[in-house]
Write a protein that binds this ligand. Structure first.
Ligand code: FMN
Length: 185
């Protein structure tokens, strides 16, 4: 049966380059026999320990989508050498038990296979990818043993708003997806 991948974009910017990469990754995953969707978590509030319980419908729905996925693929911009606040907020929510105080509960992200990717400036998202790999391991996901897919925003993209990958970047995407598919089995 084909594997189900949930792709998560750390940016909500209209025309986000990471969002465009996420869409290209969805197509590439589908070309490789997987099914893939992009998670919409735009309605998720900022986590506060005052609003965690009882579980809000929005996080219950997101948890169900994460649970149903065989693997996660996180794509994020690099903000000051790390991931975005909205992405950290999502992972914080997913790292928490559904039942207050039940710290033994197995979360929906526990052991979830995951890999990371970023489109960024001259760093190729090296720092966000490093920090994300640390965060996903900390929250007990199962990271692919890979530094992640790093793409530099092509100069022309700033003018057109379009992420047109150069041929060698496209090859990188294809090789990364093949490795990810092999990882998730
Ligand atoms: C607060 C902030 C911090 C940023 N820091 C970095 C950075 O550390 N490294 C980098 O390559 N780009 C950095 N950028 C530029 C982003 O890479 C650029 O805005 C990119 O378009 C964001 O991704 P998106 O198009 O998917 O939203 C930063 C942008 C913002 C808004």
């Amino acid at each position: 049966m084909s594997k189900k991948v949930l792709v998560i974009n750390g940016s909500d910017r209209e025309g986000s380059f990471n969002g465009q990469l996420a869409s290209q990754l969805v197509s590439e995953l589908e070309r490789n026999g997987a099914t893939a969707d992009i998670l919409d978590y735009s309605a998720l509030p900022l986590l506060s320990q005052n609003n965690e319980y009882p579980n809000q419908q929005v996080i219950t729905d997101i948890r169900a989508q994460v649970k149903a996925a065989d693997a996660l693929l996180i794509v994020s911009p690099e903000y000051n050498g790390s991931y975005t606040a909205r992405l950290k907020n999502l992972i914080d929510w997913l790292s928490r038990p559904t039942e207050q105080g039940n710290n033994e509960e197995i979360t929906v992200i526990n052991s979830k296979p995951v890999a990371v990717a970023s489109v960024a400036n001259s760093t190729y998202g090296k720092f966000v990818r490093q920090n994300l790999n640390t965060l996903v391991a900390y929250t007990r996901m199962k990271p692919m043993d890979h530094e992640g897919l790093g793409i530099k925003i092509p100069g022309a993209a700033w003018g057109t708003g379009q992420l047109e990958l150069e041929p060698e970047q496209q090859e990188k995407v294809e090789a990364f997806v093949k490795e990810f598919i092999a990882f998730i089995g």
